[in-house]
Design a binder for this molecule. Sequence first.
Ligand SMILES: Cc1ncc(COP(=O)(O)O)c(C=O)c1O
Length: 405
Amino acid sequence: MFDVKKIREDFPIFASQPDLIYFDNGATTLKPKCVIDAVSDFYCTHTSNVHRGDYAIAAQNDRLYDGTRKIFARLINCEPDEIAFVHNVTAALNQIAYGLSDQVNEGDVILVSKAEHASNLLPWFRLAKQKNAKIEYVETDAQANISVESFRKAMHEKVKVVSLAQVTNVLGSIQPIAEIAEIAHSYGAYVVVDGAQSVPHMKVDVKELGCDFLGFSAHKMCGPDGVGILYGKRELLKDMSPVFMGGDMNARFSSDTTVLLKDAPVRFESGTPNIEGVIGAGAAAEYLMSIGLDEIHAYEKELRAYFLEKMKQLDNLEIYNPDNEYGPLAFNAKGVFAQDAAGYLASKDIAVRSGNHCAKILHEIIGTDQTIRASLYFYNTKEEIDRFVQAASQISLESAIGIFF
Ligand SMILES: Cc1ncc(COP(=O)(O)O)c(C=O)c1O
């Protein structure tokens, strides 16, 4: 049984910040005690490097670090050697774009949407420039949803890579990735999924999605900062070139400059990794699975519907994604600059994000590059929403500006 009161007891921050309403979960999430303990145990009782030491705690850390691949393999239904640990989803997407660079040639097309985060655009923009390839955008509706029909229309023989967020970060549009992957594959294109806003919130099964690559960040799913998870199909990862060259990822090299790389996934983990972060990320994934990703998703959907219903009643607000059933609420208080409104909410101990949320061409879909994003997670409550709505009802030019004087 999903019991939010009990869940909140797992998060020490609620004891030290009893009045905080944290609705900035799209940016990063709060950490449960089990994750904090996993990281702190590493520092207090078994610090070492990995893949390098011949002593007991080094072997323990090898087991913990490499064992975390199994946890993530269970989370997204793949094989452990299809999981590489990088620094965040940004690093994962950059690695994928670099790794696919041999597959993209002059005149080829990389297909994305205008609702993507910078991390899922800029690596592709660079690749397109380097290769004289083209970026094309799948058409979306006004709330950034891609229909199977519009995707079918956007696909053609020149498209070599399709890269889309499964859930967009401002409007929470859920894209039909399984259907998209099937169509894209029928043209021989690679399918890359930015799972930053999906994996933390719902059951994601890479076999069901049929994608070739998926990236996500541990810090957005109750884990530590500085850990990204890069999934790639085994047969693709094994031939892919790593961005970073250095220690641990090579099997041998010699003075004549020949280099033999290790196999994937270690090939993508050059240098000392974020060992405690990876171990903590594993604890976070176990924690989410112990609650149940389906349960988390259902609860968040219920919270979101409750939130939207209340916010829709406020006539001082304009909401940009009222028809999407999931994810953040993106809105503005009429006539009030988003950052001023966020400042007013902060004065009521409410954390949201304002601005363009790194989705800097989304304004071509929604007509503004300044919104307030209130993003929920499974530890939020209807009581918090009630307090939020009460505060939101008070946002006006006078109240928002007033807090600065
Ligand atoms: C959809 C999406 N992609 C990529 C990112 C980048 O995440 P990170 O900063 O963890 O690399 C974010 C972060 O907000 C995101 O929401």
